[in-house]
Ligand binder design. Structure first.
Ligand SMILES: [Zn+2]
Ligand SMILES: [Zn+2]
Ligand SMILES: [Zn+2]
Length: 334
């Protein structure tokens, strides 16, 4: 059987579908975590979810549902501890993470589950998915994607500047908890693909890669989703081909593919940032929204006396505390 013929096997087709959806969903949530400097939150949720998997194995129910529930409970706890912001906060999180991992391993031992079963959740087991597993993966991933993309403006605003979002009337805490819950669901989606111990990599590395070459939130989240799919499907294909010569687990292959993309993007990002610095004497203000305003009494021009900032293909003017540019018949705020 040639390597390509392998992909006509149903179990590999299921794996490809699951990899595709995991690659889309994990970086979508990851974008908001990275922006809030919570890159390791997915890792923490992953550790807590081990207990959820063990509970499922112990009680003979589907580990994916017990993992979802325990992961959500863990994520909300993490968010509450984090929000309190006390000096002991990181100790509390550490206790939660170690407790989750140790508790899970202990419980699965009591349940008499072989180490192999738990290991398949710790390091992923994408080639053993049943058709029902794939459907659950797709449904959970779709939920995450709809929430992330549908609420992107609000989530971006909260991730960017909590204080400003609060002042402008956004329910910051509700959105923070929502991101935590979505992260928990993503962890559960990704646990079959890359495993609970490597989950965070798929949520964070594609985002870090995208940030090398993109500037706005919007392009970052889409680029991260594209890179996530590239890494998870590419890693699975690489692992399949490599398996002819040695045992190559798809989970680690996916994570290493994501890291390889980062290493390739890094010099490009360095070059882009250097070029941007040379072209522009002012620090780039992140374009959060691009709201058109129609009425502008004054017409900006090269000699109007306002500070002119070259920006991509046009010139912005700083005026009364805003920075904007004429785009056709209207002004775009930055
Ligand atoms: Zn002017
Ligand atoms: Zn501009
Ligand atoms: Zn103006």
């Amino acid at each position: 059987m040639s390597p390509w013929e392998l992909f006509s096997l149903p179990f590999l087709q299921r794996a490809l579908i699951a990899a595709f959806f995991t690659g889309l969903a994990a970086p979508a949530v990851g974008t908001f975590l990275v922006q809030r400097r919570l890159s390791l939150m997915g890792d923490g949720i992953g550790h807590v979810a081990v207990t959820g998997v063990a509970l499922g194995l112990l009680t003979g129910t589907s580990p994916i549902w017990t993992a979802v529930l325990v992961a959500i409970a863990g994520a909300v706890t993490i968010e509450i501890v984090r929000e309190r912001g006390t000096t002991n906060g990181d100790v509390a999180l550490a206790l939660l993470f170690y407790g989750g991992l140790a508790g899970g391993i202990l419980l699965s031992g009591i349940g008499g589950e072989s180490a192999v079963t738990l290991q398949s959740y710790l390091f992923g087991s994408i080639t053993t998915l049943s058709p029902a597993d794939v459907l659950v993966t797709m449904a959970l991933a779709a939920t995450v994607l709809i929430a992330c993309l549908g609420l992107a403006p609000q989530l971006f605003a909260v991730a960017q500047d909590q204080e400003f979002a609060r002042v402008s009337g956004l329910r910051v805490r509700a959105y923070n908890v929502l991101v935590a819950v979505l992260a928990a669901v993503s962890v559960t989606v990704a646990m079959r693909t890359v495993g609970l111990l490597l989950v965070s990599a798929l949520m964070v590395v594609p985002v870090a890669t995208a940030q090398q070459v993109t500037r706005s939130f919007r392009t970052t989240i889409y680029a991260a989703m594209g890179l996530g799919v590239l890494a998870s499907v590419g890693g699975l294909v690489i692992a399949t081909f490599a398996s002819y010569r040695a045992t190559v687990a798809p989970g680690p292959a996916i994570v290493l593919t994501a890291l390889a993309c980062y290493l390739l993007a890094w010099p490009v990002g360095l070059w882009l940032r250097r070029r941007a610095r040379l072209r522009e004497p002012f620090p780039e203000i992140e374009a959060l929204t691009h709201e058109p305003i129609d009425e502008h009494p004054h017409e900006h021009g090269p000699r109007c006396g306002h500070l002119a900032v070259p920006h991509e293909d046009h010139v912005d003017y700083v005026h009364d505390g805003h920075r904007h540019a004429a785009h056709g018949a209207h002004y775009d705020e930055h």
